[in-house]
Design a protein around this ligand. Structure first.
Ligand code: 5GP
Length: 190
C-alpha cells in the first residue's frame, strides 16, 4: 500500500481542497476578462492544475510543457531541455505558470526566461508548495502560493518518487528507508 511508505502527512486532502479553492477565487478575480493561459509542467503539475481550474469561474486556456533537467537527480542544475513545448502562441497573452513545488527555483527560473522571451502580456507564477529552505534563485514572481513545506522529500498530489505516489490525495513526507534502499542500487531522487 502506498500509505505505508509515508512517514507523515503534511497537508491533508481537505486542507488542499480549501487552499486550491482560495487560489482559484483569487485568480478568477485578478484575471477576469483576460482569458489567461495556465501553463502546467508535466507531469507533477497536472493534478493541481486540474483541481485549480475547476474552482475558477472565468474563461481560461490550459497548456502544457514537458522538460527534463540535466545533472544528478537530487540536484537541480537549472539546465533544462524542453521535451514538449506549448501549443498556444502566448504573445500578448496573460500567462500563469502552475507548478506543484518550487525547490531551488532553478527550473522555474529557466521556464520564466523561456516564456518571457515570447513577449506575453504578463507572466506570473502559481505554486502549491514552496520549499524555500533550499532556494537558490530568489526574486521569482510567485504571486500565488499554497503552502510552505520543510526541507524534506514530499510525495502525493502529483508529486512522485520514481513515478509512484502521484495519486495520493494528500502531501506527505516519504519514509527515508524507501529512497535510501533504492539509491543503494542506482539513481536518485527526481
Ligand atoms: P527546482 O529547480 O525548483 O529545484 O526543482 C523543482 C522540481 O524538483 C519540481 O518540479 C519537482 O519535480 C522536483 N522536486 C523538488 N522537491 C521535491 C520533493 O520534495 N518531492 C518531489 N516529488 N519532487 C520534488
Amino acid at each position: 500500500m502506498l500509505n505505508e511508505d509515508v512517514e507523515k502527512v503534511l497537508i491533508t486532502e481537505a486542507e488542499i481542497r480549501y487552499k486550491v479553492t482560495e487560489i482559484g477565487q483569487a485568480l478568477s478575480a485578478d484575471y477576469a476578462d483576460k482569458d489567461p493561459v495556465l501553463v502546467s509542467v508535466l507531469r507533477g503539475g497536472v493534478i493541481f492544475l486540474a483541481d485549480l481550474i475547476r474552482t475558477m469561474s472565468i474563461q481560461v486556456t490550459i497548456d502544457f510543457m514537458a522538460i527534463s533537467s540535466y545533472g544528478p537527480a537530487t540536484e537541480s542544475s537549472g539546465v533544462v531541455k524542453v521535451l514538449k513545448d506549448l501549443e498556444e502562441d502566448i504573445i500578448g497573452r496573460h500567462v500563469i505558470v502552475v507548478e506543484d513545488i518550487i525547490d531551488t527555483g532553478l527550473t522555474l527560473g529557466y521556464l520564466l526566461r523561456n516564456l518571457g522571451s515570447r513577449n506575453p502580456a504578463s507572466l506570473n507564477v502559481c505554486v502549491l508548495l514552496d520549499k524555500s529552505a533550499r532556494r537558490i534563485l530568489d526574486n521569482l514572481p510567485i504571486k500565488y502560493k499554497g503552502f510552505d513545506v520543510p526541507d524534506a522529500f514530499v510525495v502525493g498530489y502529483g508529486l512522485d518518487y520514481r513515478q509512484k505516489y502521484r495519486n495520493l490525495p494528500y502531501v506527505g513526507i516519504l519514509k527515508k528507508s524507501i529512497y535510501e534502499e533504492a539509491e543503494k542500487s542506482s539513481g536518485g531522487i527526481d
